[in-house]
Design a protein around this ligand. Sequence first.
Ligand SMILES: [Cu+2]
Length: 136
Amino acid sequence: MTSRGIRSIRLALIAGVGLLAVACGGGSSSSFSLPDGATWTKESGNAVTVDTRDNVFVPQFIEVKKGAEVTWDNTGRNRHNVLPDEEGDFKEVQVDELDPGMKASRTFDEVGEFGYYCSLHGTATKGMFGAIKVVE
Ligand SMILES: [Cu+2]
């Protein structure tokens, strides 16, 4: 192999390591990324409600203070659940906790961006999904 060939392999390796460092350096435990054109709705209180309708979370993307308690309030007629897009980010809200007319809460003590979705009406990136950005 020519020395030029070796040099370009070395450059490719350095670039690859650099990308890895960027990918791991986010400080968030979730890989959630806000869809194009979407914005975070800032919530100042320690108790924040997400209206859980048929079939959408409102507001969809909220920014809360560390330690805030988020309550999903099922105001629709359908059953819904709330699953973190990365297992373990928070305890799942199962359908029997969130029948129509019911509310379920989770507390967010870790800074980061936590995506979630209703598996009956969406996926982590489509349909009935949302996210919580937790800040200091
Ligand atoms: Cu749903």
